[in-house]
Design a binder for this molecule. Structure first.
Ligand code: ATP
Length: 302
């Protein structure tokens, strides 16, 4: 059995101990099988009408690869990500890391092991950081929680992680509010990398950034992947982002997978009408919004 403490913070190769044990090195980092989640809405009026948020989703995420999950708002992307992260128990189906099933309800020990396999980066970096804690301390805290590091080594490894995400060392003592949105998201990426995870779920992680900063962060993620072989599950509604970062794409509609394949192929030759609709909804040169009639009355009666 691989001991949790046997991995130094700088070592990032091979499978980590999953929430349920070390697992199989030849198995995919993440395998999701027939995952389903239904919510029972609160309130008497809705009683008996469960919402099916995720409906029979299956896929595998190979080491060092990027899978984008796309779909319109409400298609189930976040619920899927939350089940993978152990934040939401599935109604049925399984989530496996290196061939080992994740426990349906995780205890503290399971969560600690899980955090070394998979991490998550959210859309809003400001909300993910403590406004009173320096960004260096935010990263160091994770390192010291997971590894037996003294102060000096913790500080040195934090500086290495800052290098990895291309943040200057003079920002180590800065508070989140002193950083730009892009810099804050880099801190969140550094903090996610602190446990040497084998996969990171990025939930709309570049959606709040302007397009230039977005491109820089995507390039950075690609470089990190090349260095560490980490896998990404990229939840996004933005097909331009998919094209830039993903090897494969999985398209969700109403909780179900309607298309899944290599990103270029799916975007260039979508087979499902819904994927075509998503692709054709992206504004591009020459695209004109539908015009209202001359009298400017609403196109749909109110
Ligand atoms: N805790 C909950 N209780 C009840 N219904 C929920 C809950 N969480 C999500 N849902 C419902 O499940 C469906 C999928 O929601 P989800 O947030 O996963 O979609 P999404 O694709 O991530 O949307 P968005 O891009 O807007 O975040 C929606 O109908 C949503 O209203």
């Amino acid at each position: 059995m691989i001991s949790q403490e046997s991995h130094g913070p700088g070592e990032s190769h091979g499978p980590r101990e999953s929430a349920a044990g070390p697992g199989d090195a030849a198995a995919p980092v993440l395998q999701v099988r027939d995952l389903r989640k239904t919510f029972q809405p609160r309130g008497l009026l809705n009683a008996g009408q469960p919402v099916v948020a995720v409906d029979g989703v299956s896929f595998a995420l190979a080491g060092g690869s990027t899978l984008a999950v796309v779909g319109e708002s409400g298609s189930g992307k976040t619920t899927l990500a939350r089940m993978i992260m152990g934040l939401e128990p599935p109604t049925s189906g399984s989530v496996e890391f290196f061939g080992r099933a994740q426990p349906r309800r995780m205890r503290t020990r399971d969560r600690r092991a899980h955090a070394r396999v998979i991490q998550m980066v959210f859309q809003n970096p400001y909300r993910s950081l403590d406004p009173r804690q320096s960004v260096g301390a935010a990263v160091e805290e994770v390192l010291r929680h997971h590894f037996d590091l003294g102060r000096q080594d913790g500080r040195a490894r934090t500086a290495e992680l800052f290098d990895m995400v291309r943040l200057a060392h003079n920002l180590l003592d800065a508070l989140p509010r002193e950083l730009s949105g892009g810099q804050r998201q880099r801190v969140c990426i550094a903090r996610a990398l602190a446990t040497n995870p084998r996969a990171i779920v990025l939930d709309e992680a570049v959606a709040a950034l302007d397009v230039l900063v977005q491109a820089q962060v995507l390039n950075l993620l690609a470089d990190v992947q090349e260095q560490t072989d980490v896998s990404y599950l990229f939840v996004t509604h933005d097909l331009a982002v998919v094209r830039q970062i993903a090897d494969d794409v999985l398209v969700m509609k109403s909780g179900r997978v309607v298309e899944h394949g290599p990103a270029g192929e799916v975007l260039d030759h979508p087979e499902h009408p819904y994927t075509r609709l998503l692709r054709d909804s992206v504004p591009r040169p020459g695209w004109k919004p539908a015009r209202r009639p001359a009298d400017d009355s609403p196109t749909v009666p109110a």
